[in-house]
Design a protein around this ligand. Structure first.
Ligand code: ZN
Length: 245
């Protein structure tokens, strides 16, 4: 695995939040995190919330898997749903990046008990190759480590999990992949629902989706990440609340 320094990882965490904002998935709440490679520590945004579009590397704090803050400014603490991230890292040694969002379209599909289908371009659809599991306890809000463990269990080896009536969680070998998959899932969810309004959605065959899944790994950064990085540097180019393929 590529060894990346803490400073670089903090930049990636902050950037992930700004990209989730720029692509219309989040506004003020939601959080991305990165595992410090080979450790049981991770980098995450602090509480009180900082608007997603304002997060910078210097805001990011370090937690251990028990939720103890190891580094970060004195006047901030951990987000309430820190255990979502910690328990996924504990259960999945292959996961180094986690995104939790309240993104509208993908969340809606979980609320309705409908499956997000691979319907929009093979390169963007791998995330929807298999139905995402649904965590459906206590309105799916995560208040402690035990609930975090239940979510991690429900996630299993999947790319993501619905937190029914709450939001989504995506887990990947790196945060760049988890971020891009959250965005792609949102596009697939929106198009699945729209297609359902006027007919039977026609899906992309698994054979065409497999290469996208096979590329997943700690050293593979999706090409789309570069595009979204550029978007972050050129916010005037964002078209908010529309599908940006
Ligand atoms: Zn949440």
């Amino acid at each position: 695995m590529t060894t990346r320094g803490i400073d670089e990882l903090k930049e990636i965490v902050a950037l992930s939040h700004r990209i989730l904002f720029a692509t219309g998935l989040t506004t003020s709440s939601g959080h991305s995190s990165v595992r410090i490679p080979g450790t049981d520590r991770f980098l995450i945004k602090p509480w009180p919330h900082i608007h997603m579009n304002r997060l910078r590397a210097e805001n990011i704090i370090v937690l251990d898997l028990d939720g103890n803050k190891l580094t970060g400014p004195d006047n901030v603490t951990r987000v309430s749903e820190w255990a979502l991230h910690a328990e996924v890292y504990r259960a999945r040694p292959d996961v180094n990046g986690v995104v939790h969002s309240h993104q509208k379209w993908a969340t809606m599909m979980g609320i309705a008990g409908k499956t997000i289908l691979p319907v929009l371009h093979p390169d963007l659809s791998a995330v929807a190759t298999e139905p995402l599991p649904v965590y459906d306890e206590s309105y799916a809000t995560i208040k402690n480590a035990s609930e975090g463990r239940q979510v991690a269990e429900k996630l299993g080896n999947h790319i993501g999990v619905h937190l029914r009536t709450h939001g989504m969680l995506f887990a990947a070998p790196n945060l760049e992949t988890a971020t891009v998959e959250a965005i792609h899932a949102e596009y697939q969810a929106e198009l699945t629902w729209l297609a359902m309004q006027i007919g039977e959605p026609k899906t992309i065959p698994k054979l065409l989706l497999r290469p996208g899944l096979e590329r997943r790994g700690p050293d593979y950064i999706p090409e789309a990440w570069e595009y979204y990085k550029w978007l972050d540097a050129h916010p005037e180019s964002a078209r908010y609340r529309v599908v940006q393929v």
